[in-house]
Design a protein around this ligand. Structure first.
Ligand code: MLZ
Length: 265
């Protein structure tokens, strides 16, 4: 567990507001996670989305599962919500006349796939259908506004959910900018992405929300960060949302700006 981060104080100190829950494609309350490590299920291969593979739960965090495709390596784990439409109970693929496929980068010869499949399923603990949840419907339109705060998966470090701000809007897309970082982690996603959550989500699921700008010294004066982190004093800058700085996401080195942007920095 990292230091405790208080959205309440952070919103007050930044003068920002949280994106309302109706903006998101998320349940009103996070879905219960009854999965256990070792359970197997079917999942779309994230690197080859037309194929359905066998996956094993290798970790759990809040309402999400850390998944690894059977026959793949441990370098391509991915995370899915328990109410994702991209995971199904074992048997679902066959029921729909589909064929289970080896993952992209299957570590054995393709010809050994049928035998591999038999063996991997033999005696396996299959996640029961009742612990899967229905995916919530997408909101009808993009109702995010620039400056609104949210919690978002850091796609470069997908086990992290971090405080973020809507930096720009582009049709059905939203620019997710991470508070306290210069933009190296920012990305555009659809407004109905499953990777973005309303403020308070992590405290409901028990996920460890990363405080803004975790890697750097955090200013002592920030009462929203109550873990006594070291750092030089800095003053919050209300009403100064990051983002809209006209740079391409993902091209710069990760650099910490401090949670309040860079006026005077
Ligand atoms: N190890 C990484 C963590 C960055 C997390 C940023 N989240 C928005 C780094 O320090 O670069």
């Amino acid at each position: 567990q990292g230091g405790h981060f208080s959205w309440d104080k952070y919103l007050k100190e930044t003068g920002a507001s949280a994106a309302p829950a109706h903006c998101f494609r998320q349940g009103a309350t996070p879905p219960v996670n009854e999965f256990k490590a070792g359970m197997k299920l079917e999942a779309q291969d994230p690197r080859n989305t037309t194929s359905t593979c066998i996956a094993t739960v290798v970790g759990l965090t809040g309402s999400r599962l850390r998944l690894r495709l059977d026959g793949s390596d441990n370098k391509n784990d991915f995370w899915r919500l328990v109410d994702s439409s991209e995971i199904q109970p074992i048997g679902n693929c066959e029921k729909n006349a589909g064929m289970l496929q080896p993952p992209l980068g299957f570590r054995l010869n393709a010809s050994s796939w049928p035998m591999f499949l038999l063996k991997t399923l033999n005696g396996a603990e299959m996640a029961p259908a009742r612990i899967f949840h229905k995916e919530p419907p997408a909101p009808e339109q993009n109702s995010f506004q620039v400056g609104m705060k949210l919690e978002a998966v850091d796609r470069k470090n997908p086990h992290f959910i971090c405080p973020a701000t809507v930096g720009a809007l582009r049709g059905v897309e939203v620019l997710v900018t991470f508070d306290g970082w210069r933009g190296a982690f920012d990305y555009y996603c659809r407004y109905d992405s499953r990777d973005i959550f309303p403020v308070g989500w992590c405290s409901l699921t028990g996920d460890n929300l990363q405080p803004p700008g975790t890697k750097a010294a955090l200013p002592k004066t920030l009462s929203c960060l109550s873990d006594g982190s070291e750092g030089t004093a800095m003053h919050p800058m209300p009403g100064q949302p990051p983002g809209q700085r006209g740079r391409k996401p993902g091209r710069r080195k990760a650099k910490l700006t401090g949670p309040w942007g860079q006026k005077g920095a």
